[in-house]
Design a binder for this molecule. Structure first.
Ligand code: SF4
Length: 466
């Protein structure tokens, strides 16, 4: 599974500070959200300069070389894409000249109706350099700006055209605008340190530069950040229900982040404890699938009284984009990523905790690896309910028919994976563990009920999205 991006925006009232370094460190902290490309745009008092490249943040910026990226206000982006569309043209920030200067934009999310919007813009003569929905937003902004010069009104008008998920940082010369979609599907927080205001997909981006988390950007809110911070909230009568992505808590976000006021670490501990109560196991030891299930496994261990151990060691130098063309090579890739510790596994009955199961292929391979290393029994416990439907909001999971739980019951999945028992956390428990009231979370991939309207032609949409 891949999320589509992490974003950072920064404004310093102290104009002698070069903001690009803070953005660089923020992107470094958000590297888990996207490892295919990185970029920064900064306003140097005269113009916006942008630098983008393919690869990790440290490689793109040559271990912190920020030459030519001066400025007291800027935005940054790290990106994932789906296979085959990973190219420099699609990296961000995306920028465009318009009648009042330059506009640069960085986007986390997925615009469901971007193909229709793109067609409309192409008919009007707009040319596209990329296949991203971020460029669609950029063109919509410049088109609206030609009608009204008031930037907040421009943004408000454009957001009314968008269906889907979006957290945006927009740089218009030296003005920073911050936007979160009306349901708050993607996370976005604000932090402060002295003269510096930061916004980022996750609060870990504040920690790394020593800034304090202030609050989350509210769903539907627009912030205009310059010498002052001005907030424009969505009128109550236009507010849809909140729908924060449950998967950020279960898997994507770093455990040391706080999302919409909830500590991801505490949520994952709660998930492990709840799993232990819902699905106890007669076993010797609790082990995580590293890294994302470590906290939940600790929670399971604490609640059950079973010891916590490590049975698999992850090779952290194998990128998430590591793709193998054949089944045999894919099995090799699992072994490259995870190596068992035989002495910890031989003859043991283990509770194996994982955050989620998507296709089931990795789980099946891991079970094989653990059995070959001598595990006597494997009781798999999963930190969220079965994923039965795809995500349309920017998390590239799989198509519906690829999801193991889309057409199989739990017992059938257990047999397919080759485990002795299988327990998925219930939806009620998951909601309780997150601590955000039912109805304010997106659980679309678990129930098939989504918080926004869906594309008219799902197959065409899935074939074309990037
Ligand atoms: S469909 Fe699932 S992964 Fe996508 S935003 Fe909703 S909860 Fe998150």
């Amino acid at each position: 599974m891949r999320d589509k991006c992490g974003i950072v925006g920064a404004y310093s009232r102290n104009k002698s500070i070069n903001i690009s370094r803070q953005i660089y460190y923020g992107l470094y902290a958000l590297q888990h959200r996207g490892q295919e490309s990185a970029g920064i745009s900064a306003y140097n008092g005269d113009e916006i300069s942008t630098f983008r490249g393919m690869g990790l943040v440290c490689d793109v910026f040559n271990n912190g070389n920020m030459e030519g990226m001066d400025g007291h206000v800027g935005i940054g982006h790290v990106r994932y894409s789906t296979t085959g569309k990973s190219k420099i043209e699609n990296s961000q920030p995306f920028f465009s000249e318009f009648d009042s200067g330059t506009i640069a934009i960085a986007h986390n999310g997925d615009i469901i109706n971007s193909m229709e919007l793109r067609c409309e813009l192409e008919l009007l003569g707009y040319e596209f350099k990329s296949t991203t929905d971020s460029e669609v937003i950029c063109h919509l902004l410049t088109r609206e700006h030609s009608k009204t010069k008031e930037m907040v009104e421009v943004i408000r008008n454009v957001t009314k055209m968008l269906t889907g998920s979006y957290s945006l940082v927009i740089l218009v010369n030296d003005d920073l605008f911050v936007v979160r979609d009306p349901s708050g599907i993607k996370p976005l927080s604000m932090g402060k340190m002295d003269d510096l205001t930061l916004v980022a997909s996750e609060t870990v981006a504040f920690d790394v530069v020593g800034a304090n988390y202030v609050r989350d950007v509210e769903p539907g809110e627009i912030l205009h950040i310059n010498e002052k911070i001005i907030s424009y909230k969505i009128p109550d009568e236009e507010k849809p229900r909140r729908a924060h992505c449950m998967f950020e808590y279960v898997y994507f976000a770093r455990p040391d982040s706080i999302l919409d006021g909830k500590s991801v670490y505490n949520v994952r501990l709660n998930i492990g404890k709840a799993l232990s109560r819902e699905f106890p196991a007669d076993a010797d030891v609790v082990m995580p699938v590293p890294d994302s299930a470590i906290t939940a496994a600790i929670g399971y261990s604490r609640e059950s009284g079973l010891g916590y151990g490590e049975g698999l060691i992850k090779n952290r130098y194998v990128g998430r984009t590591f793709i193998m063309p054949t089944q045999k090579e894919r099995e090799t890739s699992v072994r490259l990523k995870m190596n068992p510790i035989k002495s910890e596994l031989e003859g043991k009955r283990i509770v194996l905790v994982d955050d989620s199961i998507v296709r089931g292929t990795t789980s099946r391979s891991l079970v094989k690896v653990l059995r070959e290393a001598g595990a006597r029994e494997i009781h798999l416990r999963v930190g969220c309910p079965p994923i039965i439907s795809p995500c349309y909001y920017g998390i590239a999971m799989a198509t519906k028919k690829e999801l193991i739980a889309s057409d199989k019951e739990v017992e059938e999945i257990r047999k397919t994976l080759g485990v002795d028992s299988l327990g998925y956390l219930s939806l009620e428990s998951l909601i309780e563990c997150i601590g955000i009231k039912n109805g304010n979370l997106c659980v679309g991939c678990l129930t098939g009920e989504y918080p926004t309207s869906m594309p008219n032609n799902i197959e065409e949409y899935e074939a074309n999205r990037c």
